[in-house]
Design a protein around this ligand. Sequence first.
Ligand code: HDE
Length: 704
Amino acid sequence: MKEQKNPKGMHIDQHVVDNDNKVMTTNDGVPVYDNNNTLKAGDRGPSLQQDHVFFDKLMHFDRERIPERVVHARGSGAHGVFEATADMSAYTTAAFLKKGAVTPVFTRFSTVAGFKGSTDLARDVRGFSVKFYTEEGNYDLVGNNIPVFFIQDAMNFPDLVHAVKPEPNNEIPQAASAHDTFWDFMSLMPEAAHMTMWTMSDRAIPRSLRMMEGFGVHTFKFVNAKGKGTFVKFHWKPRLGVHSVAWNEAQKISGFDADFHRRDLWEAIENGDFPQWDLGVQLVPEEDEMKFSFDILDPTKIIPEELVPVQIIGTMTLNRNPENFFAETEQAAFDPGRVVPGVDFSDDPLLQGRIFSYMDTQNYRLGGPNFHELPINRPINGKHNNQKDGFSRMDIPKGAVSYFPNSKAEGCPYHAMLKGETGYQSHKQPIDASKVRARSDSFADHFTQARLFFNSQSPEEQEHIISAYSFELSKVNDVNVRRRELAILNQVDQNLAKKVGDNLGLVPPKKLDELTLKFARQNHPEYPIQPKKPEVEKSEALSMKVKPGEGTIKSRKVAFLVDDGVNQSSVDRMKRQLEKEGAMAVLIASHVGKIKYQEGGEVEVQHSYLTDASVLYDAFYTPDGDSVKKLADNPDYLQFINEGYRHCKALAFAKGAEELAKRSFIAKDKGVIFESSDNLTDDFIQVMKEHRVWEREKPRKVPA
Ligand code: HDE
């Protein structure tokens, strides 16, 4: 990969503190003589009130925690660059989108419901926030890995979050939507039907943060130099393709490595495997606002790519890990209200609510209005205004003037208009309306796109969705809630509802529940309203299986299952080929430290069957050698390969190791590769490129 440096020497570097060869000091810079002992009256005596060194240390320690984000508390971040690759000047004046512009970025990925210390592998939406430090100020694209949302109006957001978070009486369950209050709320909000199809799909359990799409969700607006607006939807397309784990894997990964995604992102960047996403846009001329069967202001709808294709306009590369998690990732303050000239909001009522909430929450979470001055949040072009004071002010403004207009500072800082500069100007959208608290009936079709999503999935993906609904609703205790949600599913797809119903021992009701209808009619008195005929019934872009990415195995982890006596050339041959393709070979044995090669000599092993599990790997290779006898009697090894098989991953066996496959549930298929009959390395790599052997799921249910 082309070496990408962050341009402009990333402005936060000047704040990085290097302790190398420095004496420890108090917060006032006083050298500390002894960092082990408090000041006492005699070495066995009571501590003294005057121990300013100790108090300095404890005072700071006692205040180390700040409130975690109310949603998206668990996250991982990285620095990088965005390079604009298309001429967008017909649509937007945004400087960072000028062809060839290179802009530093900071990106944070997150889960939504779990607390800060919760598992990465929760079934959940992933946040996908990008802060562009542009030369016209910071632009935050605060999106998700799912292109729609649960609700249509910001007013319902606190309720949605209260419903999904652990229940308030016993604070159970952590980072999970599989409980009564969430599905109670969902089953009363038919507008959530489309989004839950996505969250019950494998999209909600990504293989890696590097392998997920990102979406701006709402429709935004580009504004060009003539002041003309164009509606725009943003898409991030990962160069590594879109891949997920299976739910059975996700649950186990949560136990073996709750930091799985965080570690994966960190290690990839440390290894120089810089993840990349192309930024795509769907553009809709203002004149076409009303031309679709759905409302483009409704955040529970996508614009199918068949109707408006995605054009690629740039690439983001994440190439630098933070120096310090708290200072950067935790203190990063994202805000969809932070837009730059050339980008504006649409009237999506969910987006409109977000414009208030983020700034408000940062004020609370980061302790006052000066959070913009934290290194991670500072704009690179500097900030100049007359705002002053407040908790933890870091800037030191010069002079006596902090008001406008003024003569004493020659009217500075001046606003752009004064000198004929453009500055930020809102799109001059005409508005002629009455003030109402209401929901447009153009938002009332809740099931057509949920159906579009389900119909666009491969049979295996559909089965996973059915299993996920069945799992979640089985965890719900209230049978009325189960039945109500089943009635919603029945509106989407009868086969889906029937199969979920079978797993719950319930027959799907034909009609929506009376309570659901009652709530829907609060927004739409005539509900249900006959939907318009959709433009498309299927969209390939919605299935992960149909588009397995670039067909690369770059940065994939392959477990080499070895032990003392393994044949070195059998290891090296495969390792060389995999590394040529950019994959990682990881040796796993019954103990860490050194193991012996059959040919003599030793090799260092960092992972053992004790600490690692098959769910942490993408594929498995068992080399030849005396190690095979040991593996045959090792239940942990057999568990490894069985589980890998169950999860539809590629398994390769060197000639002398093929017998091991027979000591398990493994049956020969295109993903079980034998050296004696197949083209060992090429076939192995080819199957890995396809991510999983989906066909294996059906015929053979394997215990794991
Ligand atoms: Fe957020 N959301 N949200 N959200 N959201 C927050 O801001 C909110 C919504 C998203 O990495 C909070 O700093 C409201 C949609 C991400 O730091 C808070 C509404 C989408 C992140 C907040 C929404 C998102 C947040 C909590 C409905 C996808 C993490 C902490 C009107 C487009 C940002 C914080 C990060 C975080 C409010 C709905 C994405 C409370 C009121 C839709 C990725 O301000």
